[in-house]
Design a protein around this ligand. Structure first.
Ligand SMILES: Nc1ncnc2c1ncn2[C@@H]1O[C@H](COP(=O)(O)OP(=O)(O)O)[C@@H](O)[C@H]1O
Ligand SMILES: [Mg+2]
Length: 263
């Protein structure tokens, strides 16, 4: 049965959506069946995948019980839009509100190798739903002084999910994003994270580049737009698959990383 991975952070602008988009691309290119789930009312992931804004049903309909998850998949993604903010309010008053997404994905997850959930830019009910639905949590931290603080807060919410509703939730690690390791600022943030989370910090950092904004705007994968930069995500995917124990896939990603570097 497929692994469900929630990608989260305590705030916006840490590269969550870019990470979900690009990991989805990398894993699909090595033959894995990947479902991406947009769980942010801003719908950035849906935009990155060029899903039309009027696509329906969306994840809001799924959480509200008006659609099945399988019925809400458009081109490999369950999209989101502002209606998700209403759906969040509606489920907030219900019994078992933290379990809504887990129940909704129960059947559809068996059809995929990997399900990746893009969380909203806060640690509220939607993110808790993602953590309760997930097998693995992946944190993103941007190269800023406050990165560590954000990671610590996200870890507290992971602990809450484990203590209560999802004891088997595995913390995969932290990926350091939007990094310019030539600057002291970036290096110091990296250093303090490394000291606090040790081996949970992925060796691969995602380098900062304006090319990410361009690729998002054009809804073109960074793997095509700038294969040399996309190689960062291939290297990250390699580490990720290693942590997931998927060795054959890890070797295929290795070859993809070499192709991208040569492009
Ligand atoms: N490696 C990167 N270098 C430069 N800009 C980036 C990088 N990754 C993401 N961005 C940009 O930073 C902004 C926030 O990224 P995004 O993935 O949407 O973060 P989040 O989902 O955490 O809010 C976007 O404008 C995106 O294009
Ligand atoms: Mg986002």
């Amino acid at each position: 049965m497929g692994s469900v991975i929630a990608v989260l952070s305590q705030k916006g602008g840490t590269g969550k959506t870019t990470t979900v988009r690009t990991l989805t691309d990398v894993l699909r290119r090595v033959g894995l069946d990947v479902l991406a789930v947009d769980l942010d009312p801003q719908g950035n992931l849906s935009d990155y995948f060029d899903i039309p804004p009027e696509a329906s049903p969306t994840v809001a309909d799924v959480l509200a019980g008006r659609a099945t998850a399988a019925g809400a998949v458009h081109d490999g993604i369950i999209p989101a839009n502002l209606q998700l903010a209403e759906a969040e309010l509606a489920i907030a008053g219900k019994m078992g509100r933290e379990l809504t997404l887990r129940r909704a994905l129960k059947e559809v997850r068996t059809r995929y190798d990997v399900v990746i959930i893009d969380c909203p830019p806060n640690l509220g009910l939607l993110t808790v739903n993602a953590l309760v639905a997930a097998d693995h949590a992946l944190l993103t931290a941007e190269a800023q002084y406050f990165a560590l603080q954000g990671v610590e807060q996200a870890l507290e919410v992971i602990e809450l999910a484990r203590d209560g509703l999802n004891p088997d939730l595995n913390w995969l690690g932290v990926v350091f994003t939007i990094a310019d390791l030539r600057t002291r600022h970036s290096r110091e943030a990296h250093q303090s994270l490394a000291e606090h989370v040790g081996e949970k910090l992925f060796v691969t950092s995602i380098r900062q580049s304006i090319a990410y904004a361009e690729s998002a705007e054009r809804a073109v994968s960074i793997l095509d737009h700038r294969p040399d930069l996309g190689g960062d995500y291939a290297a990250l995917a390699e580490e990720l698959l290693d942590r997931l124990g998927l060795d054959a896939e890890r070797r295929r990603v290795r070859s993809l990383a070499e192709e991208l570097a040569a492009a």
